[in-house]
Ligand binder design. Structure first.
Ligand code: NAP
Length: 281
């Protein structure tokens, strides 16, 4: 049995490749840049763009019976090619936004994108598992520059509380769904184990670094003015809506334990794993 991992050089994908190899699976890893992939020797690296079937390595689906699908824009091309070659079993990386649990999700950039990715699969096969993680702990890497340089973080809604998930836990959940038949037909919400205010999240990174990180609360309007050149408006709206809502209704944890059988990694664990990202060069 060969498992094809797409998005294999990404944060989730790298952990997934390593986890699957450690569990004895044959792994083929798709990337647009095979020469830069730097994946473990045990993985067979193949070239291809998920959005352009003409770029796919001719042998990409040979012997493959399961696929981890990274939610790239335009992924229909890849799913059509895969099912056309007889591959019908997918674990899809989606987003909790696609569950449309809150009014803010309906029509949000993430919901629209991830619903399209999910549909690309569910329209073509019945053998799927969809993973719907909430906010990634890796989003906190957007503060890496300030933390490295000692500049204060300027952020709105510091009392709002989210449950960021470690990318390694998503990968382990994905591995479990690819290696067993226990979760077929399920769309599974996943979050970190604990809702933490944004102030607490910064303090936890500070604890991992052994220093206090300066933090300044600004208004949503100030945040928009200071970051609009870096954040497209649909994403800006999504972020501000999320932080505003989680001021009064914190994220409810959706532990990975239901899939992996293990407690989810804490944010303190994530911060320890990413200490190098926040240390001065
Ligand atoms: N951030 C959040 O809070 C959040 C929440 C829910 C869901 N998500 C979903 O999770 C994704 C991020 O996952 P991640 O952190 O593992 O990603 P990542 O670290 O950004 O890596 C994505 C990988 O996918 C590959 N890729 C991208 N477009 C591709 C294409 N067209 N064809 C082939 N490969 C392609 C890239 O590999 P190569 O360059 O090597 O080809 C890249 O290494 C988001 O994009 C979003 O869809 C995110």
């Amino acid at each position: 049995m060969t498992i094809l991992v797409t998005g294999a050089t990404g944060a989730v994908g790298r952990h997934l490749v390593t986890t699957l190899l450690a569990r004895g699976a044959d792994v083929r890893a798709l990337t647009r840049k095979p020469d830069d992939a730097n994946l473990p020797d045990g993985a067979e690296v193949v070239a291809g763009d998920l959005a352009d079937a003409t770029t796919l390595d001719p042998g990409v689906f040979d012997g493959v019976d399961r696929v981890f699908l990274f939610p790239a824009q335009g992924v229909d091309a890849f799913v059509t090619a895969a099912t056309g070659r007889g591959v019908h079993r997918f674990t899809v990386l989606s987003s909790l936004a696609a569950a449309k649990e809150f009014p803010r999700d309906h029509g949000s950039a993430s919901q629209v994108h991830h619903t399209a990715v999910e549909t690309a699969v569910t329209d073509r096969t019945d053998a799927w598992t969809i993973l719907r993680p909430g906010t990634f702990a890796n989003n906190l890497l957007s503060w890496a520059w300030q933390i490295r340089s000692g500049a204060p973080i300027r952020a709105p809604y510091l009392a709002s509380a989210q449950a960021p998930i470690h990318e390694h836990d998503i990968a382990e959940a994905a591995a479990q769904t690819l290696l067993s038949d226990n979760h077929l037909g399920e769309a599974i919400p996943l979050t970190g184990p604990q809702a933490l205010t944004r102030s607490e999240q910064v303090a936890i990174i500070g604890e991992a670094l052994g220093r206090r990180i300066p933090l300044v609360e600004i208004t949503p309007e100030e945040f928009r003015a200071e970051t609009a050149q870096f954040i497209p408006e649909p994403v800006m709206k999504m972020l501000l809506d999320y932080w505003r809502d989680t001021l009064t209704v914190p994220d409810v944890p959706r532990p990975v334990t239901a899939v992996t059988g293990r407690p989810g990694r804490t944010l303190a664990q994530w911060a320890a794993d990413h200490r190098a990202d926040f240390e001065p060069a």
